[in-house]
Design a protein around this ligand. Sequence first.
Ligand code: NFE
Ligand code: MG
Length: 597
Amino acid sequence: MSVIQTPNGFTLDNSGQRVVVDPVTRIEGHLRCEVNLDENNVIRNAVSSGTMWRGLEVILKGRDPRDAWAFCERICGVCTGTHALVSVRAVEDAAGIEIPSNANIIRNLMQLCLYAHDHLVHFYHLHALDWVDVVSALKADPKATSDLAQSISSWPLSSPGYFRDIQNRLKAFVESGQLGPFMNGYWGNPAYKLPPEANLMAVAHYLEALDFQKEIVKIHTIFGGKNPHPNWLVGGMPCSINVSNTGAVGAINMERLNMVSRIIDETIAFIDQVYVPDLQAIASFYKDWLYGGGISGMNVLSYGEFPDRANDYSANSMLMPPGAIINGDLSTVHDVDVRDPEQIQEFVTHSWYKYGDEMQGLHPWQGVTEPQFTLGAKTVGHKTHIEALDESAKYSWIKAPRWRGHAMEVGPLARYIIGYAKNMPEFKEPVDKLLSDLGGLPISALFSTLGRTAARGLEASWSAHQMKRSYNQLIANIKAGDTATANMTRWDPKMWGEVKGVGIGEAPRGALGHWVVIKEGKIDNYQAVVPTTWNASPRDPTGQIGAYEAALLNTPVAVADQPLEILRTLHSFDPCLACSTHVIAPDGQEMARVKVL
Ligand code: NFE
Ligand code: MG
């Protein structure tokens, strides 16, 4: 190949120098990314590869469907609980099981709690250092930092002394030569634009968020026993409500519920007074860095999440709307039907799997997961050594999912674009306000790396406030005497027959579906198509590139062997390769390698 036009509208040129980033760090799982730069260091071709396979779909075959959630949940510890949630939904759909109202509310609370936690950790700990130069913070004036912090928020930790202390801790780190969590950054890279004071403020909040995030997950431990991997149940939730006996062990009592309420209030405060103001402050220095849109301005997909009524997964029950937008036409939001074999298909032409006919896509109920690793690899000594991937062959453990044949972007930005296109005020108004606060940016500015990051921040705030609403619903039910959390009337699979089901939802990173086929009480087929499968998708048989690959194109890189801009855009999706590649090459793991070929 040299210059290729993809059917989804991108021009690829792989003739320039190839830069390999493997593994991409500050993500979950194992992602390799290769790009070709032109003579001006602009990305002209991008290849995204999942380099690990875990085979959960294969492990599930033949098991009791009521246990599936516990296996699926181990797909990932980051979006913890979300695979269990859609798994129990899939089995309940297959078996015709209805859950009580309290179970639906508690599930919503668990999932909202995950959004708030996951988004907060992503912004500060996985993404901020793409924009924040930690070493520059040493040059900040603590008094000016305090003035800056107080000008954007009423958050109390903002005195000059507080920022001086943080700066001194940071200085001690740097002088000892042990940067700890701040090791291996591209400090001093010219693509960093924040003044020292904004950098110091962000470093302070990085540390505060690291401390605070452990509080949010206590909500999971109260309703699900632990975090990560809280407990779930086909037919409801496994926690019993016992408000009369406050001493009951493991029960949801008033003391625990008060703790949930307090943590929700603290989460709202942290997100609204720290996360969102920081996001806005940082974005204001990067307004002209509008790269990374990829297919977000064209094709986005959401399955919808947070059913307001138990057992109603239709569009009008979902607080977060489902839909698909094609070719950037925001005036039409298409209905999505995940049972329709014409709508959802996975292809493996460029993935390390075997199908009967590799040009055909398979709907997940007919899905096949049979690994076939066929790398044109070079053997050096006892090691398999990869110089560069061949994107015209199979090159990833991630399948290529398509909606009606289109490559789609999923995630917070997709959800906000769909909410915006549907004119829902709770999504439209915060977006319009943010664009206007940033100096009147057009809506198209949203279709970018920063737009993705901004949508996630707005969604974190939305989630925290929704938690309060869900909590109040739970309390109202309990006060009315309804304490049921599970329906065990159809627990026995002998009652089910030969059935199939689908569980859908929106994980923090986007549209998530589990499809199950059950025969004689055992799992006959299980397929998970997860958010990162969509976003990190490799090419399909028509040559359409996936969302990561598209988003990286045409971005200038300031320093070729410091892939800061690549990290910015990849991180804006919050990649989770553990989820998407659900065997590592024998030489497996090098700790952070950047290679310029
Ligand atoms: Ni492992 Fe996951 C989320 C799911 S991602 S993080 O969010 O499902 O693809
Ligand atoms: Mg899968």
